[in-house]
Structure formats: C-alpha cells, structure tokens
Design a protein around this ligand. Structure first.
Ligand SMILES: Cc1cc2nc3c(=O)[nH]c(=O)nc-3n(C[C@H](O)[C@H](O)[C@H](O)COP(=O)(O)OP(=O)(O)OC[C@H]3O[C@@H](n4cnc5c(N)ncnc54)[C@H](O)[C@@H]3O)c2cc1C
Length: 487
C-alpha cells in the first residue's frame, strides 16, 4: 500500500486521517485536502500564481518553493494546521507581510506558507494601562489608523517599512520604529503573547497567562525570548499584547549636518545624553552633491509648547557648542517636502529604498556600538563602489546608544548581474559587520551562518537544544538558525 501512495494522491505530501472529531471512518487524504477541511477551499491554494509570489520576496536572495499557501482565521485553525504538519512532517513557514527583504518568510524546504494576514482583528485597547491586544495579521497601517480614529492620544512604535507589514512580524525580528530611540526596540514593547507551539499546544506568555489582563510581560520567567529573534522556528504567534505610548501634540524635525565623519560617535553620545529626542537618524547620499554629507535628523516632540521649545533650544545650543563650534551646521532652510517626508509616520522610506526603480532592495542592518560608525561609514562606501553602486545611508540611533547602520543596496530585479552584485555586496557588509564587532539584524541565511560560526559553542548548542525541544520534528521554517555542519 505504501508504494502506491504517490499514485493515490496527487499531493507531494499524502496523509491518512479521520475526517472530523469523533468520526470513525478514515480515508487517504492529501495534505491539500486536509488543509481544505480545516480552513475551507477559499483559504488554501496550490495554484501556480500564489506559489510563485509566496516563494520569493523583494530582496536579493534566491527564491524558495512553497507547496501550499494557507490563510487561517483563528488560533484553532492554526493549531489544527500545525498538528497536521507535525504529524505529516510538512514544513511550515509563518508569514506576516513577508517584507524582511532577507527571505525570512520564504520557504526554504517547501511545505506550507502560513499567511497570518487573515487573523486581522484588533481585540482590545486599554487606554489607561496603554496597551493593545491584536491578532498576528494586523498590519502597521491598520493599527495606526485604528488608534488615530478611536484613540487619537495613543500611538504605537511604527517602523519605516511598507504599511502592509505586520506588527507581530516586526516585533518577532526585533524591529524598531519611529519612537524606538525614546522607548526602546519594538520587541521590548511586548506585553504578552499567545503562541501555538510546533506540537500544537496553545501557550500564553505574560500577565495573560495568570489573569485576564495583558498589561505586562513580567515579573515571570521570560518566555517571550523563546519566540523573539527565532524567525518562526519555535512556534506560531497568534496574538500579541503590545505597549502603546502617548501621542505628543507638538512635533517637528531639526536637521544638523557636518562633513566630519569622525565626529559622529561624539555627536550621538551627546544627543542621547541629553535624552530628549523622539527619533534620531543619520542620512547621507552621494548624489545629489548637496546630500553628500552627514545629516543628523532629530525628531523632537512635546505635550506642551514650552516643553517642545525647550528641547529645540537645547539641541540648537548643543550643536552650536559641539566640538569647539563651527563643525556642525543647523540646516535652516529644510525643504517643506523633505520636512514632510521626515515627519510622516512611516516616513516613506519604501519610496526611497527603490531608488533605482528596479523593484529590488536589500540591506545589511548592522547593529553597531557607536564608536564603530566612522570605520563602517568609510568601508561601506568602498563596498558600494566596488560593485558599481552609489552609496546611500539611513541609520537609526537606538537606545544604548547603539545604531542600526544600513548598508543599502537597491537593484534591478530583471538584471541577473545586478542581483549577483547585490548578493556579493551584502556578503561583504555582513562580514564587515561581524569583523567590526557588530551583529547583523534580521540576516538572511548567509548572515545567520556567519553569526553561528562566530558564536560561543555552548550558546550555539543551547539554541539547537531549545529548537529541538520546542520543535522535535523540525517543521518550523527549516533552514533558519540551522547550525548544519557548524560544529
Ligand atoms: C523600505 C523598507 C524599510 C524598512 N524599515 C524598517 C524599519 O524602520 N524598522 C524595522 O524594524 N524594519 C524595517 N523594515 C524591515 C521589515 O519590513 C519590517 O521589520 C517588517 O515589520 C517585518 O514584518 P513582516 O510582517 O513583513 O514580517 P515577515 O517577513 O512576514 O516575518 C518576519 C519573520 O517572522 C516570522 N513570523 C511572521 N509572523 C509570525 C508569526 N505570527 N508567528 C511566528 N513567526 C512569524 C516569519 O517566518 C519571518 O521569519 C523595512 C523594510 C523595507 C522594505
């Protein structure tokens, strides 16, 4: 009978299972039919159009191969899908917006892409304790506009990413948003989670595990860490409690510029010592010529006019006196279009990212200690030039202070040579990141391998053991954080 299975079932994966709870009759059923049984035919696909799109992203990594795309609507459906996959050893790749650019939601070993965007309900907003409880498919744009409409005094930390990315996908990769310099990296804003473990148990994390409220993550054993930074290899997050923050009444952008790259660490240290910015990033671009400098972009905000004016005056004074004076200039005549671009949330980086208009963009997101910035700055320009590209930088200062230093590469998706050049440039900037003592954020497989090769061997063993414990059959987003032949 086993030999005949492939002929009985057109599916790559074929399963024998009951048709429903309590039903005795058993029949051979392909994974596809089983998925249809769980979510209904309109939310499963193995059609070539869907398979094509779900097998790649807009970064420079090679495509993968999805076998099925499924859009669950509830935690129970996720649980049933995971149990099916676990029983039949079918890989599952959870996906939010699929916009990491580093292929983290692209299936490397086939199987099911679990598109969470069907779970898109905002379940609760607590105005007093300032948090929201959302399902895993809620997008940045949906949460932002919901808050704006119903709770105009509240906001969440919004990344510069396209609005269709999910809040959950972002916190799970330790992303950062427009108020991260003030309040921390977005994964630190998690108040609680509901997770379906790879073996099918539904697990709660944080205050919601002991009571009805999602107001805090601790004090309890810190279990959120089992799912944050693991790229979907340890479970499927179905709900998230996320902190909200007061939305200030006054907000403006102040830009200072310099030609002295070596002044950057001292400037960042000084600005963050004052501890009054909402957002703080550095930009530079080789063309047009006027942009070929270091620009410090400070977003300041306040709930009262006096508070806001004080912050503005303090920073002007800080840069006037900085490094003996005269080396950093205040940009008086910021173009209104640029002012709007900086103040928008998200600030339209998606348009800037595709500056070659070829539809492709990927970056090494290097998290550096700030003293490494000048060296990274110069070497990043060399890497870009080696591959015939102009250098374009956007770096966000994070608490610590540390910095998310973006080695950005925009490319033409229709040009194989361009893609190959981008992959090489990424490899070089990933290596540079580790050589300078940094860490690659949301790295593609090559960057993950570099991290694991350098990692303390007991730490690597611990990662492998945790993964093995949670996902004994290795079904969750296989390929990621896989030590493979690294000993
Ligand atoms: C132009 C541009 C600018 C960007 N700027 C920023 C920025 O400023 N800040 C920032 O942080 N990021 C930025 N990004 C990167 C990225 O788009 C965002 O971090 C985005 O929020 C990731 O969310 P996503 O929904 O696309 O995640 P996905 O790519 O769908 O998922 C990310 C990872 O989490 C896993 N995953 C997703 N959902 C679940 C789940 N429910 N359960 C378990 N695992 C899951 C996936 O398998 C994958 O490994 C930018 C991207 C672009 C294109």
């Amino acid at each position: 009978m086993a030999l005949k299975l492939p002929f009985l079932c057109p599916d790559r994966y074929c399963t024998m299972q009951g048709r429903g709870a309590g039903e005795k009759r058993r029949s051979f059923m392909g994974v596809y039919e089983s998925l249809v049984n769980i979510v209904g035919a309109e939310r499963v696909s193995r059609g070539q159009e869907e398979i094509y799109f779900y097998s790649r992203d807009s970064g420079a990594q090679p495509p993968g191969k999805a076998d099925y795309v499924v859009l669950p609507k509830s935690t129970q459906e996720v649980q049933e899908i995971v149990m099916l996959a676990n029983r039949e050893r079918v890989p599952i790749t959870p996906m939010g917006g699929g916009f990491t650019l580093s292929s983290l939601a692209v299936p490397k070993k086939g199987g099911i892409v679990l598109d969470m965007k069907g779970m898109n309900r905002i379940l609760e907003v607590n105005e007093t304790s300032r948090y929201a409880v959302i399902e895993a498919g809620v997008t940045q744009a949906a949460l932002r506009s919901y808050l704006k409409r119903n709770y105009p005094d509240l906001q969440h930390s919004t990344p510069e990413a396209p609005p269709a990315v999910t809040v959950v996908g972002n916190v799970l990769i330790q992303g950062h948003g427009h108020i991260s310099p003030r309040y921390g990296v977005n994964s630190e804003m998690i108040n609680g989670m509901e997770v379906v473990l790879p073996t099918g148990e539904i697990c709660k994390i944080g205050a919601c595990s002991v009571g009805p409220s999602w107001f805090t993550r601790g004090p309890l054993p810190e279990l959120a860490g089992l799912f944050v930074g693991w790229y979907g290899t340890t479970g499927v997050v179905t709900k998230l409690g996320i902190r909200l923050y007061p939305r200030p009444k006054y907000r403006d952008v102040f830009v200072f510029s310099t030609d002295y790259v070596d002044l950057i660490p001292e400037a960042i240290a000084g600005v963050t010592r004052l501890d009054l910015v909402e957002d703080f990033f550095l930009i530079s671009q080789e063309k047009p010529d006027w942009m070929n400098r270091v620009f410090f972009v400070l977003i300041l905000s306040g709930h009262f006019e006096e508070e806001f004016a004080l912050k503005r005056d303090l920073y002007k004074r800080f840069f006037r006196d900085f490094a003996g004076g005269g080396k950093v200039e205040f940009v008086e005549d910021l173009h209104p279009a640029l002012r709007k671009r900086f103040l928008d949330v998200p600030p339209l980086a998606a348009l800037a990212a595709d500056f070659r208009k070829g539809g492709g963009f990927e970056y090494t997101g290097a998290i550096f200690p700030i003293e490494k910035v000048p060296e990274a700055w110069r070497k990043g320009i060399e890497i870009a030039h080696r591959y015939g590209m102009l250098c374009s930088y956007v770096h966000q200062v994070l608490p610590g202070p540390s910095i998310m230093f973006g080695f950005n590469y925009s490319f033409n998706r229709a040009d194989k040579k361009d893609i190959e050049n981008t992959r090489r440039a990424l490899k070089e900037s990933n290596k540079l990141t580790y050589d300078l003592g940094g860490i690659v954020w949301k790295g593609e497989l090559g960057a993950q391998k570099m991290a694991m090769e350098r990692m303390d061997s007991n730490t690597l063993r611990l990662i492998t053991r945790v993964k093995g414990l949670l996902d004994p059959n290795g079904i969750m987003n296989p390929g990621n954080w896989d030590p493979g032949d690294i000993s």
